[in-house]
Design a protein. Structure first.
Length: 146
């Protein structure tokens, strides 16, 4: 099989999987057992929740910005950074990376900054939800770094 054919086949497989055409096929996200074996579970969960809440907050900020209201511009930047670092934290936690503590130290700062920015927007529940997720992730980072 030529390299090009391999890429085409892989792309077709991915497209079929995304469309749910491969019934009965197991994918990484389909099964329910825990790969972390108890290691970093609180940190992993908190980081993933942070990413989810940041995504919702960013989408809200974009909606508000789209209406011409620039009051959430700093919040949008802050949650974008949060998504980057908490995604890295989540992934590093999953594999128990040797760099996990370094990523946690950076994430701790990013979570603190994002939480402060999101708290400024008291009338936006999505921002407050993100701030609460930042606090939880921050606590987990501090536990790891203690």
């Amino acid at each position: 099989m030529k390299r090009r054919e391999l890429f085409v086949a892989a792309g077709g497989f991915a497209a079929a999987a995304a469309l749910g055409k491969l019934e009965g096929t197991a994918f990484a996200g389909d099964h329910k057992h825990d790969h972390s074996h108890g290691t970093n579970t609180g940190l992993i969960d908190a980081a993933l929740d942070c990413v989810k809440r940041a995504e919702a907050c960013l989408n809200h900020c974009i909606d508000v910005l789209g209406r011409g209201d620039t009051s959430l511009a700093k919040c949008a930047k802050s949650v974008t950074e949060l998504k980057i670092y908490c995604t890295a934290l989540y992934q590093a936690g999953i594999i128990n990376s040797e760099y996990l503590k370094k990523i946690a130290a950076l994430s701790e700062k990013v979570c603190t900054d994002c939480e402060k920015e999101c708290r400024k927007h008291k009338k936006h529940q999505t921002c407050l939800n993100c701030a609460d997720a930042c606090v939880k992730c921050l606590k987990e980072c501090k536990k790891l770094l203690a």
